[in-house]
Ligand binder design. Sequence first.
Ligand code: C5P
Length: 222
Amino acid sequence: NAKKKLLNKHFLVTAGPTYEKIDPVRFIGNYSSGKMGFALSEALADEGAKVTLVCGPVSLQTTHKNIVRVDVESALQMKVACEQVFPNADGAIMCAAVADYRPKHPADQKIKRTRDDMSIELEATDDIAATLGKLKTDRQILVGFALETQDELANAAAKMKKKNLDFIVLNSLQDKGAGFGVDTNKITILSDGNKAEEFELKKKSEVACDIVEKLAAVLAGK
Ligand code: C5P
């Protein structure tokens, strides 16, 4: 089909949360459903691209034959998988809600309740998007997401620069129906040298098409 924009291209997409082990039965996680990343994978595949979808623990199914799914649990596992895939890809969309911190010393045995208070020492995880940003060649495109509660545009722009992204998708928390778990999203796309592009509140599948269209346009200019 001549209309497909991303034939013979290959993209990495990350999606979902990561789980960071506290002990064999407990973890630190977050409410990311993976819906946005899965919708993006479908939209890329619909344009003829091959997709490697690296996802944390989610309860979603992939159906498209162009999507190869790699299931991981922790930020470290996600990073290892991404570093392996990215060098052979035309680009990546970093949609996962990766844990910023993990327990420094996960316990081998279930921790017992023996005290009134307890604390868990945490250490920072690696920034996967920034890691890929350093590996990125001129031909590759790298897209990230930002979810901000204050100074949204300035913070998102700073993240784009720090992680060496081509563009960043800002999720607005101002709007009901945007963000975690729900089927809709409202985004603003920031790219270097362009003014912010604001989109309407839409189904995540439609938001995914807007993002993929932008990605195809930026990639075509490389
Ligand atoms: O810095 P912040 O977490 O707000 O950045 C969000 C963007 O960076 C998202 O694209 C997210 O997938 C990515 N990220 C990552 N690895 C991390 C933290 C964030 O890939 N450890």
